[in-house]
Design a protein around this ligand. Structure first.
Ligand code: MD3
Ligand code: FE
Length: 218
């Protein structure tokens, strides 16, 4: 039987949480009701802190465009990866975390069993067709007991969810506009990545995928 791309994505039924690990869950469409609030906030953030292609410590330009909001923002340059209270482009503090981002993240985290999540950092990734994020761990945060919440907007993507070592096999999980993913606990340090984005057009975000990753970094 022919296997289509769609098989990777969540079934047509809208809202069943999909547990992909003991402490990792996809909440299909959880952010759909928030999109009207999120997009104007995003526009204002990007006006003050535009997407840019950061240098890796190895001196390569990252293909995915990045910016941040919140008290701390994740940055990369030849000196390494770290969180900074200041945008290196403007030398100003990052734009504040909009209350709607904080509320959405706290609500999603509590739906996944993580009470009292209070993010202080939001990394915003912008993918264009062909852009990918290779397998990595998120280990620049202070407290690994805090969960991470991600919000997918725009074009769909295929997420790779691996193990605790780079060489372990990965599962592929389809993420669509409005899907929210929460993970923490024993799943917090899993290797993960995003496969090259397929071209397409989204009515609200055109040919892009924007992912918000909300963390307690400090
Ligand atoms: C599962 N971003 O910014 S978010 C990142 O879609 C990043 O832009 C991806 O990985 C994106 O660091 C994925 C979802 C995600 C992030 C970290 C995880 C899932 C995770 C860490 C462990 C397990
Ligand atoms: Fe990551």
């Amino acid at each position: 039987m022919m296997q289509t791309e769609l098989d990777l994505f969540n079934p047509a039924s809208p809202a069943e949480p999909q547990w992909i690990g003991k402490q990792a869950v996809v909440l299909p469409g959880f952010a759909l009701a928030w999109v009207d609030v999120l997009l104007p906030e995003l526009r204002q953030i990007i006006a003050r802190a535009p997407f840019r292609h950061m240098l890796t410590p190895g001196g390569l330009n990252m293909a995915v465009g990045l910016t941040n909001c919140g008290a701390l923002g994740w940055i990369s340059d030849r000196r390494g990866y770290r969180y900074s209270p200041v945008d290196p482009l403007s030398q100003q503090p990052w734009p504040a975390l909009p209350p709607a981002f904080i509320e959405l993240a706290a609500l999603a985290a509590s739906a996944a069993g993580f009470a009292d999540f209070r993010p202080d950092a939001c990394l915003i990734n912008c993918y264009k067709p062909g852009n990918r994020l290779s397998l990595h761990q998120d280990r620049d945060e202070r407290d690994y007991s805090q969960p991470i919440v991600s919000v997918s907007l725009g074009l769909p993507a295929v997420f790779q969810f691996g193990g605790h070592a780079r060489n372990e096999s990965t599962r592929r999980i389809g993420l669509r506009h409005g899907d929210v993913m929460v993970w923490g606990g024993e799943d917090r340090l899993r290797f993960h990545g995003v496969l090259p984005l397929k071209p397409g057009s989204h009515p609200l975000l055109s040919g892009r995928r924007i992912n918000l990753t909300l963390r307690k970094a400090g």
